[in-house]
Design a protein around this ligand. Structure first.
Ligand code: AVJ
Length: 328
């Protein structure tokens, strides 16, 4: 696809990201049903809206995970020996990451993120909180194996992947990521991963369609971003936010649904939505113990311990890289 004039007016930190965004959007809108990968939610406005989501009364995930991290420190200390390099997949949360690091006496901290600016800012903040802990941020797409800085490569690793972000992936992609993580982290690694649980449908749908409309704004923001960065003409006022439980796949789906027939352009390409047609913008898979273990085992990780929050809405799992052995 060739860049258009409208696009040339936009300044990007990273040309590669702009190109990948355009390719994903044009490809996704040409599909039937239409879909845009959820990772494009997180521009500056989208990241701020997600922060606001984590404080909503309906969005229990962040509070539940934080409560496990703060309550289970003695378990983590027992199961995770000091001296590991903690490799975090994603830039790191200013609340969750310190809870873990304060607990386990790590020898280094390596945050991985595709967005360099956000990564460096949160790494600097973390380094200030833990003077003496070597921090080595790496700007990389963690969906593929990542070569770690030498100082960290020599240490045994603990991968940290909180937030149930694994739930944004369909099983095939989630397994690819878990296998990549195993290559990144090594055969003696541990992985601490957050996964949200299947529960009452009304509770799940409320978590993704809050009364204040913050999640709706978060969903619509991806269309606003397309208009701004890709010369789009999507009529935002003709789209509505939809969050619905898909019981077959055990996931909350977010869609943008056309209130009436609409036509628009993106990067000089024309698209249309019939009335009621949707653009699928996110999957958020929910798990039970068996589906979690199946996914982890398929990705090369053997579960060691599993914790729930007091309301049993969310789980954190510690797994170890599966050792190659014969099995029946
Ligand atoms: C950051 C991917 C875990 O799926 O719950 C929140 C993103 N989407 N509300 C999730 C999200 C709508 C969130 N994750």
């Amino acid at each position: 696809m060739q860049p258009t004039d409208a696009l040339a007016l936009v300044e990007y930190d990273d040309d590669g990201i702009a190109t990948a965004f355009r390719a994903d959007v044009l490809e996704g809108l040409a599909q039937d049903p239409k879909a845009i990968p959820a990772r494009w939610f997180y521009d500056d406005a989208g990241s701020e809206l997600f922060e606001a989501i984590t404080r909503l009364p309906e969005y229990y995930l962040t509070r539940a995970e934080t409560s496990i991290l703060s309550e289970r420190c003695s378990d983590f200390r027992r199961l995770i020996a000091p001296g590991r390099a903690v490799v975090e997949f994603g830039s790191g949360s200013s609340v969750k990451t310190p809870l873990l690091l304060a607990c386990i006496e790590p020898a280094a901290y390596v945050p991985l993120d595709i967005s360099g600016d956000f990564l460096r800012a949160s790494a600097a903040e973390l380094a200030e909180k833990f003077p003496g802990l070597p921090v080595h941020p790496v700007e990389a797409d963690f969906m593929k194996p990542v070569r770690l800085p030498e100082a960290a490569a020599a240490l045994p690793k603990l991968g940290f992947f909180p937030g149930s972000t694994i739930g944004n992936m369909v099983a095939r992609t989630a397994v690819d990521l878990l296998r990549s993580m195993r290559l990144t982290l090594g055969g003696d690694a541990l992985l601490l991963i957050g996964m949200d649980l299947v529960k009452d449908v009304a509770e799940l749908e409320a978590a993704y369609d809050d009364a204040q409309g913050v999640t709706a704004a978060f969903n619509l923001n991806v269309a606003r971003r397309i208009n701004r960065e890709l010369g789009g003409t999507i009529p935002l006022d003709k789209l509505r936010h939809v969050a619905r439980w898909n019981d077959t796949y055990a996931r909350i789906e977010m869609h943008l649904q056309a209130l009436e027939p609409i036509e628009f352009e993106v990067s000089g390409h024309r698209f249309g939505l019939a009335q009621g047609e949707t653009i699928h913008t996110e999957n958020s898979h929910k798990f039970d113990r068996r589906s979690q273990y199946t996914l982890l085992l398929a990705g090369g990780w053997t579960p060691v311990e599993r914790w729930l929050d007091p309301d049993e809405r969310y789980s954190l799992i510690l797994a170890e890289a599966t050792r190659p052995r014969n099995a029946p």
